[in-house]
Write a protein that binds this ligand. Sequence first.
Ligand SMILES: [Zn+2]
Ligand SMILES: [Zn+2]
Length: 69
Amino acid sequence: MKTKSVNKERYKLCPNCGNFMSISEQDTYCYLCGVKMIDSCPSCNEPIIYPTSVFCPVCGKKLVALKNE
Ligand SMILES: [Zn+2]
Ligand SMILES: [Zn+2]
């Protein structure tokens, strides 16, 4: 059964290196590479709920640029 939780954890992701932190952190930029963090999918605006996301689970767009490609 699907229940919608309003307290779903959200994360910010660095689209460059995949670094992540909780949405409650104040950081706007990645402390590893200085790129602006994203807190939702740039394509469909879906909030990021998986800290290790590489692709958006809703629209399939890439969220993090992988170095080894
Ligand atoms: Zn980074
Ligand atoms: Zn998306």
